[in-house]
Design a binder for this molecule. Structure first.
Ligand code: UD1
Length: 371
């Protein structure tokens, strides 16, 4: 019976891993182990997602915590190698593009264990983004590459990845969204925050390129304060951004922007689903707003998820004061074109992954050793 070892490390991993662990768990032909690297560790950044999404308690928590890229990646590798050496799984499955993703893929590949990457092939072509490095390296190390959109298939083909390793399965994050949308709407988050559906903006901002330097963060803060003069602006704030606001003395400049602690999955989804617009630099939120039909302004020069622009509600805008103000002013004027759900974002991606993994092991059982 193949033994699958799943890795989850940081907040955006948890909603991706949930339907995968669930689908493998329902299949008696597989055995599974869940490892949490501890890259994110706060109750609000981690535990609440496990509880709300019904993810089983991790079998192992590596407890690595925060650190520079090298420190964090190295700590995950050191601890993860011990776990893999002891448990000898048949496949290590990693999701997304965080430091834990690349660290665990590298350990597994060096120990000769097959690697599956969920959300493979996405490319921003921006080597200044730590996630881009993580994506490219993880894909190079992977035996099974599960893609969410056509651009991923094209990118991998252009990089010379053999087509038989690439499987277009759809988007597991959307599996989770579709499963929990009704519960999210029932949380009563808009009443709790006293905002009327359709009238407010939700902001998330945590990319190092936007928030780690005062020159980039100050104009964003200025624009948000300006927007908040005309409508409610709710800003569930990431710990990285909160500490930078304090470090640069910018907290007061936010004016009427309502800062919130990081929200759990259901409250956040409920809030986004009923927003007038979302302003973000996140990856996953571009996808969620596409499915929810909520206008999304992405404050970045590029996106690794182009289908959210061609099919969805997403628009790239300059992360500057004027860029943000013009885009928000423009929201009312722009006819909201019909959005099309991207192909295979249908709630069944995790089932397709299980089916492909099964085929992979069947083929391996009948084939001579080696890749
Ligand atoms: C990481 C991912 C990023 C993802 C983001 C989502 C990498 C390279 N980056 O960035 O792709 O979009 O997660 O959140 O893997 N902190 C806490 N509590 C926590 C975790 C972090 O307070 O539970 C603080 C620490 O001060 C830490 C800082 O947040 O230094 C940044 O955390 P880190 O995991 O290094 O990167 P993120 O910015 O969260």
């Amino acid at each position: 019976m193949p033994h699958i070892l799943h890795v989850a490390g940081a907040r955006p991993n948890f909603m991706k891993i949930a339907p995968i662990v669930d689908a493998f768990g329902r299949d008696p032909d597989f055995r599974q182990t869940l490892v949490h690297t501890g890259q994110h560790y706060d109750e609000a950044m981690s535990k609440v997602f496990f509880e709300e999404l019904g993810i089983p308690r991790p079998d192992v928590d590596l407890g690595v915590g925060s650190g520079s890229h090298a420190v964090q990646t190295a700590r995950v590798m050191i601890e993860f190698e011990k776990v893999v050496s002891e448990t000898r799984p048949d496949l290590v499955l990693v999701v997304g593009d965080v430091n834990s993703t690349v660290a665990c893929a590298l350990v597994a590949a060096k120990l000769g264990i097959a690697v599956a990457h969920v959300e493979a092939g996405l490319r921003s072509f921006d080597w200044g983004m730590p996630e881009e490095i993580n994506r490219v390296v993880t894909d190079r190390l992977s035996d099974l590459l599960f893609t969410t959109e056509e651009s991923g298939n094209r990118n991998l083909a252009a990089e010379g990845v053999p087509a038989d390793r690439v499987h277009f399965v759809g988007n597991v994050m959307i599996d989770t969204l579709l499963t929990h949308r009704d519960r999210a709407l029932a949380t009563g988050i808009t009443q709790q925050l006293d905002v009327a559906p359709g009238t407010y903006g939700v902001v998330t901002m945590h990319r190092p390129s936007n928030v780690d330097r005062e020159e980039t963060l100050a104009p964003i803060v200025e624009a948000l304060a300006e927007v908040a003069r005309t409508r409610p602006v709710l800003f569930p704030i990431h710990p990285r951004t909160r500490s930078n606001l304090e470090r640069f003395g910018l907290a007061d400049a936010l004016g009427g922007v309502r800062l919130l602690s990081p929200l759990g999955y259901l409250e956040f989804l409920g809030l986004v689903a009923q927003a007038g617009f979302v302003l973000t630099d996140s990856g996953g939120i571009q996808e969620e707003t596409t499915v929810l039909g909520v206008p999304c302004l992405t404050a970045r020069p590029n996106t690794e998820r182009p289908v959210t622009v061609t099919h969805g509600t997403n628009r790239l805008i300059e992360p500057t004061r004027d860029g943000i103000l013009e885009a928000v002013a423009d929201l009312g004027q722009r006819a909201k074109g019909a959005t099309r759900a991207p192909e295979l974002w249908d709630g069944h991606a995790a089932e397709r992954i299980v089916a492909r993994v099964r085929t992979f092991f069947e083929a391996r059982a009948g084939a001579p050793a080696g890749r």
